[in-house]
Design a protein around this ligand. Structure first.
Ligand code: FAD
Length: 456
């Protein structure tokens, strides 16, 4: 039994928690970082990083299959899942080692074990009492399921999907959001038959509807099947596979059912409610400066309602560390955070969709330009279709950018600057984009909106 005291105690060492710890230590605070599993959390171990290794392997499989078209004689003999796994594990292990080293080098004390909040300033880890002048809650999220839909056997979540030791031949994916389409894209490239079921009217339903529609066309062209606007009803499974029934009576059979219907806050049984932390369906309620209803007690990352993204967690963690240090950091609103859906094709966006912009400013006050990647030389070479759409307030700033196409996630940085700095298209149109790059497409959209279209 021991007692340890810190300036800051962070409960959970995922993207939000470890970023807070790193920034706080830079600012001279002593930090106790409590983690029950592995520092790095969901993103590093079972989320962002390992899924991107699968996607890269899927992209290489597509290249190999299509290589002859580009004059390369490569034979494709299918997927070696053991090699895929060792590539995935190698990348994660190396990033994990790097993060452990970084945390140690900053003088942060890592406390291993499951913590429980026992007062606004104390966390109990086994017999040890860890006290902080401030505490940050950062316990992350878990894969949700639907009422009556039990995970187990052939009904899996993203965590089991990542670790499959075989390439499935036929899969049903429940949920056409970021995680569902990411796995669908990988499995299709690896040769599987994929059926997505989405209750909302579109795939990637949180994106601008023009992007969702293009995404659906691209998936259809790839031979990925989907049912939209219809709800899951039930599933049965045996040693041969699963049969899924939808509310409209359709049935689908497959080897596996991946449940990708969103993530819930991992806050149950951690003492939050007993200490009086205000929650809503498990999410921790904070003010815009991420302070809970209890002064000095903060929350960051997926447990705070809103976008569940690693870089949001990082930025919130840094924000709270600076807030505690009295630096008065600037609040970042969710709408200004870039989002990327990683799949083939990729989707990237920041700011308001056209529909949301119209809702906010009125139809007469909004205009947009949707630049087709068919006009972009580099996209032609990469054989990708898609578009870059910029939404602006007339005689006002850029309020949203929405892209679809190969690797457009790499283009979102410039769009994010324009939206966050409330730049007018006229301000950014003169910026010169290297030729030939996909980046030029954004420049073309800015030019068109500034009334000076070039290749549009
Ligand atoms: P987490 O990363 O979940 O970390 C919480 C930590 O707290 C965990 O390490 C956990 O073990 C620990 N913890 C929980 N309870 C306790 C306790 N009582 N005591 C001690 N420790 C505890 N986001 C992106 O931005 N880009 C992507 O490409 C992306 N891909 C994803 C793919 C998948 C399949 C999934 C599932 C998620 C993906 N995400 C992605 C989302 C991203 O992983 C999360 O938004 C991010 O990890 C949230 O960070 P966090 O710090 O809130 O929580």
């Amino acid at each position: 039994m021991s007692e340890q005291n810190f300036d800051l105690v962070v409960l959970g060492a995922g993207s939000g928690g470890y970023a807070a710890a790193l920034r706080a230590s830079e600012l001279g605070m002593t930090v106790g970082l409590i983690e029950k599993d592995k520092v790095g959390g969901t993103c590093l171990h079972v989320g962002c990083i390992p899924t991107k290794t699968l996607l890269h392997s899927a992209e290489v499989a597509d290249f190999a299959r299509e290589s002859a078209k580009f004059g390369v004689n490569a034979d494709y003999h299918g997927i070696d899942i053991a090699a895929v796994t060792s590539y995935r594990e190698g990348i994660v292990a190396s990033k994990y080692k790097g993060l452990q080293g970084l945390i140690k080098s900053r003088g942060i004390t890592t406390i291993e074990g499951a913590g429980r909040l026992t007062s606004p300033t104390t966390v109990q880890v086994g017999d040890d009492t860890i006290t902080g002048k401030h505490v940050i809650l950062a316990t992350g999220s878990y894969s949700r399921t639907l009422p009556g839909l039990e995970i187990g056997g052939r009904v899996i979540t993203s965590e089991q999907a990542l670790a499959l030791d075989f390439v499935p031949k036929k899969v049903i994916v429940l949920g056409g959001g970021v995680i569902g389409v990411e796995f669908s894209s990988v499995w299709k490239s690896w040769g599987a038959e994929v059926q997505i079921v989405e209750a909302l009217p579109h795939l990637v339903p949180n994106e601008d509807v023009s992007v969702s529609k293009q995404f659906e066309r691209a998936f259809r062209k790839r031979g990925i099947n989907f049912s939209l606007g219809v709800r899951f009803q039930s599933v049965t499974q045996d040693e041969n596979g699963v049969v899924v029934t939808l509310e409209d009576g359709q049935t689908f059979d497959g080897e596996l059912l991946l449940v990708a219907v969103g993530r819930g806050p991992a806050t149950a049984g951690l003492g939050f409610e007993e200490v009086g932390v205000q929650t809503d369906r498990g999410f921790v309620i904070t003010d815009e400066r991420l302070q809970t209803n209890i002064p000095g007690l903060y929350a960051v990352g997926d447990i705070v309602p809103g976008l569940q993204l690693a870089h949001r967690g990082f930025s919130q963690g840094i924000f709270v560390a600076e807030e505690i240090a009295g630096l008065n950091p600037v609040v970042v609103e969710d709408v200004n955070i870039p989002k990327v859906t990683y799949s083939d094709p990729e989707v990237a966006s920041v700011g308001l969709s056209e529909a949301k912009a119209i809702e906010k400013y009125g139809a007469d006050a909004v205009s947009s330009y949707d630049y087709n990647l068919a006009g972009n030389g580099k996209s032609h070479i990469l054989e990708t279709s898609g578009s870059v759409k910029v939404v602006r307030v007339k005689d006002g700033p850029v309020v949203g950018v929405h892209m679809i196409g190969a690797r457009v996630g790499e283009l979102i940085g410039e769009a994010q600057l324009a939206v966050n700095w409330e730049a007018y298209p006229e301000d950014v149109a003169p910026f010169i984009h290297a030729h030939p790059t996909q980046n030029e497409a954004l420049g073309e959209a800015f030019l068109a909106l500034a009334g000076k279209p070039l290749h549009a």
